[in-house]
Design a protein around this ligand. Structure first.
Ligand code: ADP
Ligand code: NI
Length: 230
């Protein structure tokens, strides 16, 4: 059964102002953390929420999705709190209740993948929904486009046959790794489907995961010139 939730007029206005704030900040971003990523994550989150028995608080889900990459640690020297600082300032200016701000900041600080063996658990249904929504955008055709955009921006090569993927035990190891972008598929992207929090998120993740596997199969076929031998 699909659930529709509503927000108060005041909450709707805060969400709309937050959209403008985030759009202005991330419009020109070129590593796949741009405004369109944010919009897709918000839409994914709303779609997941509609399928959940407990769809969570729509106001918190929307603020979490809109603000989740407002100052990502990847662009702020690895600082997991950078996003919360910006979000807290913005939401305080919008007179959002402190408990809501705290919840949104928890989501921002916990959302990221932190390594194959490192934990990144979400405590609340709102956080679980936003985390799944973000992870879906790292999979499928868009996930592939984002991975290479990010890799190019950070001078990572497309593929180095002699450099094998690593299993990162801690966030420190993960964030300091400098591998090529094909390794990122094995170090993160292909691990996501088994870490989804929600049933609806997992269903879409499985489809997008299969697309990544097909891409990698074709990539290595071409890399090795095997399509000439077929
Ligand atoms: P998370 O916070 O879980 O990393 P994001 O919304 O910040 O999620 O998006 C992460 C995206 O950044 C991934 O989809 C991936 O495309 C890209 N990315 C992150 N690290 C790398 C990397 N080492 N190589 C290539 N792409 C990367
Ligand atoms: Ni994101």
């Amino acid at each position: 059964m699909l659930k529709e939730r509503t927000m108060t007029e005041e909450q709707t206005q805060i969400v709309e102002r937050t959209e403008s704030f985030v759009k202005a900040k991330l419009e020109k971003e070129s590593t796949g953390h741009d405004w369109w990523h944010i919009l897709r994550v918000r839409n994914n989150a709303l779609n997941i929420a509609r399928h959940e028995t407990d769809p969570g608080d729509l106001f918190i889900i929307q603020l979490g999705a809109l603000l989740h990459d407002i100052a990502d640690w990847k662009f702020n020297g690895g600082d997991l709190k950078a996003g919360s600082v910006v979000a807290t300032k913005w939401l305080t200016e919008q007179a959002v209740a402190p408990a809501v701000i705290q919840h949104v900041c928890d989501i921002i600080e916990s959302i990221s993948f932190k390594g194959a063996r490192a934990k990144s658990a979400m405590k609340t249904i709102e956080g679980q929904i936003v985390q799944d929504a973000d992870r879906l955008d790292a999979l499928g055709a868009i996930g592939i486009a984002r991975a290479f955009a990010y890799g190019g921006h950070f001078d990572r090569s497309i593929y180095e046959p002699d450099v094998a993927p690593e299993t990162h035990n801690t966030f420190e190891q993960y964030k300091n790794s400098k591998g090529h972008t094909i390794n990122h598929f094995y170090e993160k992207l292909l691990l996501l489907k088994d870490r989804m929090n929600t049933k609806a998120g997992r269903t879409i993740a499985e489809q997008r995961h299969a697309y990544l596997e097909g891409f990698l199969q074709q990539f290595f076929l071409e890399w090795n010139g095997e399509d000439w031998r077929q």
